[in-house]
Design a protein around this ligand. Structure first.
Ligand code: IVH
Length: 727
């Protein structure tokens, strides 16, 4: 059992719950004992303060506290909640980081169906709609505002519709649109979206529903894709699909890592004190929601078609500068009574319409198809185009994706092709203008050998991409491995970048990551080399001066202190990303144990499945890798974890796999997991045939219970568990 008193200071937590001894790492030093009343008050204070800072930071873009101070307050709240689990509010600001796992999302019927909008790409049809509205309202238009109808124009955010329900100022439910009638309860995931308030401010209705669009900002999409590329994974296609995939993740902790955002666009309440949409929306902003405003020009109000058209025109021109994707403009009749009068068709309201922007397409000449080899050996065909202006930038190249795509569209060198920039950041070729094809035109033959190292390409069954398998001999793959090795999240070698690697590779000074530790000042100082961009263009001369050489060598030396888990990640073993490397470090403690582990033993570590285990074994089976490993070892890199050894209380649970579900009295959620592991058991995230016990706390989900019962897995209570470990 972990001792929290006496000398083991890192775990000291002399509070009432900690004193029950069933308390683990998450308990952080708090020397003043607090009773439940004090705690309740402090939790309330912290919640209000943190909610306020969150709102200032994420919604108003105007923080008044440093990140560090914010984290301190959050930690204090987390600690109190761990000590007093009964006081934890599902809407606590600590829920922003997620952690709740949902087995299966519950179906929820919408109180009002979630309709869609009729939409058009034609401005004339917008004019016709406006005339119809005017006619439809006839006399009542006169009645309301001297023959005028007021319209609100909004951006059409390109994401996913959600419905949020609030009761007494608290978020109680977040539901996807689903088929419009019934959606899925994704509340735990919604709570991680910082711009969705968990507790409201100001004078809001007691009970109401608010709808909006969840999306992934462009920057976050780019960050995520850069991270994926760095880890040798395929980039995601576009922000919308990525947001959709993220929202459906079962682990809300994963959702929290992706910075989704949300704009709200309609309020539904029984006794709203406003008679129009615009006022509701602006007041929703006062309650803490992120709603569009005149200030950012994301919303406009007008009384006629000219105002509508200028809003459309403005955003057609400026949409590419927005920090998120939009796919059109939504125009709504502002007055609620007029909305009601106009009514609905079967699928959509008559009082609103969407004008959709055409994905911008241009046609240009395809000079040549070339091929890029990525860090993992993946081959991407690239269309080299006659430069053409498209959606704010000059495009010279476009992705052709893979061999199937080229064959499907029958794309040939010399063709005039249509290029489009849709949701994707990289333009793509979407078709061929065959009328411009000459009789000389020949179908394109996809390459069979690597353009860099001439190795025969392979294509795995069921995969669209071709690969160059020459991992250790193909220049972009070798350089890519080194780039990954030195990157910030891996060995973080300052003073060394992509250009230096390319230059030193060309000079023969770097052929693999172990060479980095043999570099000497006398080899580097004054060294001159030429660097080009990723397409081998725009050559630039570089020469290494004393200062940059010093920097680089310091960076190399400093990297010898990088912890084992990051070294493991840096090695670039396929599928061993940051998280997997941490789990491996925690479980196996050092590189020798990993090297010697059989597939079965690897599978025993948390989160390691067949694919990862197979890839690790394959990596260690390669002599070249072992040689590099040896040299890195001799260079003095860390090959043993410094993470505290999990304290072994007993082996009572050895060989048993547990799933925990619900809320516990004597343990925090993490606490019970640590308890299981420290008694020799294994914790798994989901129930399967391999599960021995489900420890059921309060509020265990009915789906989980059913699954356990169906599979015949024993469900035990918290008390049973405590008996099991002999407390
Ligand atoms: S109003 C009655 N406003 O577009 C429909 N929708 O098909 C009420 N959308 O599913 C929707 N931005 O997800 C509205 N400013 C906006 C919007 C918007 C995006 C989405 C929404 C809806 C789809 C319409």
């Amino acid at each position: 059992m972990v001792s929290w008193g006496g000398s083991s200071l890192s775990l000291v937590a002399p509070t009432s719950v900690c004193a029950s001894k069933i308390f683990f790492y998450s308990c952080v030093i708090t020397f003043r004992p607090m009773n439940a009343n004090d705690a309740r008050e402090r939790i309330h204070q912290l919640t209000v303060e943190l909610n306020d800072h969150n709102h200032r930071y994420y919604v108003l873009n105007n923080p008044t506290i440093s990140d560090f101070d914010f984290d301190q307050l959050l930690k204090e709240l987390e600690n109190l909640e761990t000590q007093f689990p009964e006081l934890t509010d599902p809407n606590s600001p600590t829920k922003r980081v997620g952690g709740d796992i949902t087995d299966k999302f519950e179906k929820v019927k919408h109180r009002h169906p979630m309709l869609s909008l009729s939409n058009t790409y034609s401005r004339d049809e917008i004019r016709e709609w406006e005339e119809r509205v005017h006619k439809g309202l006839g006399e009542s238009a006169d009645l309301f505002s001297s023959n005028q109808v007021e319209y609100v124009m909004e951006l059409k955010y390109d994401g996913l519709a959600i419905s949020l329900t609030y009761e007494n100022g608290k978020l109680v439910r977040g539901v996807t649109r689903g088929d419009g009638e019934t959606g899925e309860d994704i509340t735990a995931n919604i709570r991680t979206i910082r711009t969705v308030p968990l507790s409201l401010r100001g004078n809001h209705p007691g009970e109401f529903e608010i709808r909006g669009e969840v999306f992934m900002p462009k920057k976050e999409f780019e960050r995520l894709n850069a991270e994926r590329l760095e880890q040798g994974e395929e980039p995601y296609a576009n922000p919308r699909n990525t947001a959709a995939g993220t929202l459906k993740q079962q682990d809300s902790g994963e959702v929290a890592k992706r910075k989704l955002d949300c704009f709200l666009y309609s309020v539904y309440a029984d006794n709203l004190p406003y008679d129009n949409h615009f006022d509701s929306l602006t007041h929703a902003a006062e309650w803490g929601f992120k709603a569009p405003s005149f200030r950012d020009q994301y919303i406009g109000k007008t009384t006629g078609i000219d105002g509508i058209m200028s809003f459309i025109e403005y955003w057609d021109q400026h949409r590419h500068q927005l920090p998120f994707e939009i796919d059109g403009i939504v125009i709504k009749v502002n007055n609620y009574a007029q909305q009601e009068e106009l009514g609905l068709t079967a699928k959509s309201p008559r009082w609103a319409i969407a004008y959709k922007f055409k994905a911008e397409t241009v046609s240009t000449l395809l000079h040549k198809i070339t091929y890029q080899v990525g860090r993992t050996g993946a081959i991407t065909p690239v269309a080299n185009l006659e430069p053409v202006y498209l959606a704010g930038t000059t495009v010279k190249r476009a992705s052709l994706h893979n061999a199937d795509q080229i064959a499907k569209l029958d794309i040939r060198e010399g063709d005039t092709v249509f290029v489009e920039k849709g949701g994707e950041i990289i333009p793509k070729v979407v078709g061929v203008d065959t009328s411009k094809r000459t009789s000389m035109s020949m179908p394109h033959h996809y390459i069979t050998h690597c353009p860099e190292c001439n190795t025969a390409l392979i294509r795995n069954e069921g995969e669209a991409q071709h690969y160059c398998p020459n991992e250790n001999g193909c220049p972009p793959q070798i350089k890519g491995k080194m780039e990954h090795f030195i990157s910030r999240k891996a060995m973080n070698i300052e003073g060394m970048g992509t250009e230096t690697i390319a230059g030193l590779y060309d000079k023969g000074l770097l052929t693999n990551v172990a060479d980095i530790y043999d570099l000497r000042a006398d080899q580097l100082t004054g060294l001159e080399f030429v660097v080009t961009d990723e397409f081998g263009e725009n050559p630039k001369r570089r020469s290494m001066q004393e200062k940059s050489v010093n920097n680089l060598l310091h960076g190399v030396i400093a990297s010898k202190n990088i912890p084992f888990e990051r070294v493991l990640f840096a090695l670039g073993i396929r599928f061993v990303g940051e998280t997997v490397a941490k789990k491996l470090g925690k479980h196996f403690r050092n590189i020798d144990n990993i090297q010697q582990a059989s597939i079965e033993q690897l599978l025993e570590a948390e989160e390691i499945g067949d694919k990862i285990a197979g890839s690790i074994r394959q990596w260690f089976a390669d002599e070249k890798n072992l040689n590099i490993l040896n040299r890195l070892r001799n260079a003095g890199l860390q090959f043993e974890t410094q993470m505290a050894e999990p304290v072994r209380a007993s082996d009572k649970l050895s060989g048993k796999t547990f799933v925990v579900s619900g809320v516990f009295n004597s343990f925090s959620r993490d606490g019970i997991k640590v308890s299981i592991e420290s008694n020799g058991g294994k914790v798994s995230g989901s129930i399967s045939k391999k599960t021995d016990f489900v420890v059921a706390g309060d509020k265990m989900g009915p789906e989980k219970r059913k699954k356990a019962e169906d599979l015949g897995v024993a469900i035990i209570s918290e008390d049973d568990y405590i008996k099991l470990i002999g407390e």
